[in-house]
Design a protein around this ligand. Sequence first.
Ligand SMILES: Cc1cc2nc3c(=O)[nH]c(=O)nc-3n(C[C@H](O)[C@H](O)[C@H](O)COP(=O)(O)O)c2cc1C
Length: 340
Amino acid sequence: MTTSSEHHRPPAAAYAVAAAAAGRAPSIHNTQPWHWQIRSDRLELYADTSRALPGTDPDQRMLLLSCGAALHHAQVALHAQGYDVAVRPLPDPGRPDHLATLTITAEVPVTAQAVRLAQALQLRHTDRRPTVDSPVTAEQVDELRRLADAVGVNVHRLTSDQVTELVVAVSHAEDAAAGEPAVIAETSYWTGPSRPAGTGLPPEVIPDRRPETDVGERDFGTRGTLQAGGGHDKASTYIVLFGADDDRAAWLRAGQALSAIWLHATGQGLAVLPFSQVIEIDGTRAMMRRILSQRGYAYIVLRLGVADPEHTLTGHTARLPFEQIATIEQTGSGAAGNAG
Ligand SMILES: Cc1cc2nc3c(=O)[nH]c(=O)nc-3n(C[C@H](O)[C@H](O)[C@H](O)COP(=O)(O)O)c2cc1C
C-alpha cells in the first residue's frame, strides 16, 4: 500500500510517527535496545545490541521482550493513525538482529479504542510504590489473558501458595545476582551518572527504601528518592506470562503481550511492575517452570495492583532522542518527513 487519503499521513511519515511513539516503550533497565529503519513502504525493527546486558541477560530474553513491547507500541501508534498493519517477525534468518518488519496493509477508520491505547502509551510507566488494598478482579485478569492470547502468549494468575513460592524464587534470584560482579556492574551503570543521556533509571523512580512487600522488589543497589510510603503487596495479583516455546520469536511475542497488557491495565487504573530477575537467572527460571507445573516456559512475572489515586506521577524515565533510535531512508520523494 503506497497511497493515502487526505485524512491519513503518507505511510513513510506514519512509520516515523510510530517509531517515535514506540520510543516510550518499557525496556529492561530503560536500555531501549532497539533501532528503527524507516522506509517509504515499511518499518523495520532491529535489536541494538550496543545497549544489551550480557551479564544480566546473556540470552537476550529481556532484550527481545523489550523490543517486542516497542513493536506493539508501534502497532498501536499506526492503528491510532488509521492504518492496519501486518507484522513479519524475524523476517531474515541471516540477520537475527532484524526482529520485525511492519507494513501498512489498509486505511481504516480510527476507533475510540485505538485512540485510548495511544493515550495510554503516553501515560504508562513503571510504579514501584505499593498499591492500594483493593484487589484486581477476576474479570480484569481475564481481559488481560485475552489480550495476551491474541498474540499467542498464555497468562497464569498465581495462587497464594504459588506467591509464597515466588517469594522464595525472587529471594534466590536476588542472592544469585548479588554474587555476579557483571550483573552488579550493569545495574550500577544503568542507574548511575555515566549511563548514556536519555537512558537508565533516575533516582526519582527508585524507592527511597525497600518497600514492605512480601515479594521483594528488584534491588537496584542504590536508594532513590521515590517515597515508597507504607503499604504492602497483600492485595496485589501476580501473573506469569508463559508459552510453549523458549526462543527469540517467543520472547518477541511475550514483549508484544507485555505491552498489550500494560497499556490496557494503564487505562484501567492498574499499576504494573515487572519482575524479570527470576527469569534472568537459570535456576529460578526453572523454579518458575515448576510453579507452572511444566505447562510452559515463563517469560516474565508481573505484579498488578490498583494504583493509588493519591499517587502523583513522579516523572517519566527519559528516552533517547529520535535520531539515536531511528534512521530514515532517504529516497527523495519517499523521505519520511517529520516524526513529531
Ligand atoms: C523486559 C522488562 C523487564 C523489566 N524488569 C524489571 C524488574 O525486574 N524490576 C523493575 O523494577 N522494573 C523492571 N522493568 C521496568 C523497566 O525498568 C522500565 O520499563 C524502564 O525503566 C522504563 O521506565 P518506564 O516503564 O517507567 O517507562 C522491566 C521492563 C521490561 C520491559
